[in-house]
Design a protein around this ligand. Structure first.
Ligand code: MCA
Ligand code: AMP
Length: 505
């Protein structure tokens, strides 16, 4: 029922306009965690209106990209919704990215405006050909905004692009996933339904807002329902525990739950008003699922998604929430599992997971061939995940058919790290793998072959070189030196052998 509405309701509207119809001005949009005053939905509307007017006055028009790399703040969200209202494409970047990473995104996306933290402006100015404005975490913007709050929202068609989110690629070059207004609407509605969202829900938001999880899932659900968000600037276990009693919903990556469980203050009392805990972005260990249940008497709802697809499956609110499974397809999402010859897998064996639905993105920015490769002829998207289906219709993610490491819910493509290590003088070659890690789930581990007698090349010298060039979360936690890398007859590095050697079971 809701999905049928979604189809007709987006007609000539953008995603924000649809949300606007569902929220009341006098409800708190963001409850701030210090002594700063509450922000109401009327403020969201007025402030995003001022920013949309500003962007339009600067000459930006529908389809232009606004690249945003700022710390999380309410103003950051005003900018996001302003872009949606003005028909501009919002392009958020992880604040951990360093110069060369940002330079790549700027050259690839060709934004018309960049919004960054004041400290990054001189650096970005060096290579950006568009204006670079700043916004600090206190909401202080480098320009004056117009006072005019009224703004006539730009009309959008279903496949107009709302956002570009970069996702890393097996080639080492991140690709921009084109997410449409209709994708946002379909996914928020199906999740809202599946998780039985109530207007009265209070979302405790501790995720970054530059990914699908924090920006779309954890922000859209409250906004489309007109509910309140308690906005934490960062994930800090003590702060989460402090605000849990005032909240009803919490969404996290598994590392968040591991860290909460390590804190003795995380107990039933703290969770007494909670209705829903969800987990995703990386596999939730059964051990964490069980420990959580024992400690809090709550059962985590694990769900599964991707940048390209938004959320695909979820364990149920009513019904069994199975540990180690990501649940059933959400309404409007078709899921199938195929073997390597593209035949349907008819038993519980693992196969290649494909998805189709209004949640699935439009394609990769300026990569029509790559886009075509990732879709089947009948419109299914190849997720690259290996999954199995049990007799009750629950899906479990068993592995990945892509050379990808997920560390603390962040994706890291080994190829990108290997390319940086291979350029270090004295390195002959390298291989990067993920090894189990108690906190991050997987830890980036580098295996390096160095030239003979390069005593200067040590674990710490490699790590410090990496730290100067790439975002901290991608830096290897460990470096091992070997005489040669194991290869198969085709010359391909056998990463499974390296994994077994370094992590014997
Ligand atoms: C930070 N560091 C990390 C990570 N994060 N290392 C490995 N993996 C990480 N994920 C390193 C930093 O470089 C730094 O290293 C040190 O840890 C402390 O940095 P800090 O910023 O203080 O880290 P933190 O606050 O402890 O952050 C850990 C975190 C964070 C809370 C787990 O990474 C996080 O919020 N992750 C969630 C990401 C997320 O939202 N993913 C959703 C993607 P040093 O000390 O050496 O400098 S969307 C998605 O995947 C799909 C669509 C889905 O299904 O949701
Ligand atoms: P991203 O490219 O950052 O959007 O990450 C998407 C990938 O994260 C998926 O393709 C999966 O490999 C992984 N992922 C997301 N949620 C889960 C989950 N609940 N269990 C296992 N893997 C997950």
């Amino acid at each position: 029922m809701l999905l049928e509405m979604a189809e007709s309701e987006l007609m000539h509207k953008n995603f924000y306009t649809v949300c606007r119809a569902g929220f009341a001005d006098d409800v708190v949009f963001i409850r701030q965690t210090d002594d700063r005053p509450d922000i109401y939905y009327s403020d969201l509307h007025a402030q995003s209106g001022r920013i949309a007017n500003h962007l339009t006055e600067l000459g930006l028009t529908k389809g232009d990209r606004v690249m945003v790399q700022v710390e999380k703040s309410p103003q950051n969200l005003f900018w996001y919704f302003a872009c949606l209202r003005a028909g501009l494409i919002y392009l958020p970047l992880n604040t951990a990215y360093l110069e060369h990473e940002i330079e790549y995104f700027v050259s690839d996306a060709e934004p018309s405006l960049i919004l960054c933290d004041p400290q990054k402006q001189p650096l970005i100015d060096n290579f950006a050909s568009c204006p670079v404005h700043t916004l600090d975490d206190q909401g202080c913007y480098s320009k004056e905004l117009p006072t005019q709050t009224d703004f006539k929202d730009i009309e959008c068609a279903d496949d107009d692009i709302a956002a570009i989110l970069y996702t890393s690629g097996t080639t080492g070059k991140p690709k921009g996933a084109l997410i449409t207004h209709a994708n946002l609407l379909a996914n928020s509605r199906s999740l809202s339904d599946a998780w039985q969202w109530q207007k009265e829900d209070v979302m405790l938001h501790a995720l970054p807002v530059f990914h699908v999880h924090g920006l779309f899932v954890a922000t859209h659900l409250p906004v489309i329902n007109g509910s309140t968000i308690i906005l934490l600037s960062k994930f800090k276990p003590d702060e989460v525990i402090r605000y849990l009693p005032e909240s009803t919903v919490y969404m996290g990556v598994p590392t968040n739950y591991v860290r909460l469980l390590a804190n003795p203050g995380f107990n039933q009392q703290a969770c007494k008003n909670m209705r829903l805990f969800t987990s995703g972005s990386a596999p939730l260990l059964v051990q964490t699922f069980d420990e959580f249940q024992n400690r809090t008497s709550h059962t985590i709802v694990e769900r599964y998604g991707m940048t390209e697809t938004g959320m695909n499956t979820s364990n149920p609110i009513d019904g069994e929430r199975k540990p180690g499974a990501v649940g059933k397809p959400l309404a409007g999402v078709e899921v199938r599992i195929l073997d390597d010859d593209d035949n349907p897998v008819t038993d519980a064996s693992p196969g290649n997971l494909q998805v189709r639905g209004k949640n699935v993105f439009k394609g990769y920015w300026r990569l029509p061939e790559k886009t075509a490769e990732e879709f089947t002829e009948d419109g299914f998207f190849r997720t690259g995940d290996i999954a199995s289906l049990d007799q009750d219709g629950y899906i479990a993610i068993m592995g990945r058919d892509k050379d990808l490491i997920i560390s603390g819910g962040l994706n890291i493509y080994p190829k990108e790290i290997e390319a940086v290590i291979d350029k270090i003088p004295g390195v002959l070659e390298s291989a990067v793998i993920g090894l189990p890690h108690p906190d991050f789930g997987e830890a980036v581990t580098a295996i390096v072959v160095a030239e003979e007698n390069r005593k200067d090349l040590t674990e710490s010298s490699i790590i410090s070189q990496l730290k100067s060039q790439i975002a901290g979360f991608k830096v290897a936690k460990q470096v091992h030196f070997v005489n040669e890398l194991p290869r198969n007859t085709m010359g391909k590095v056998q990463k499974n052998i390296l994994r077994e050697k370094l992590n014997p079971q």
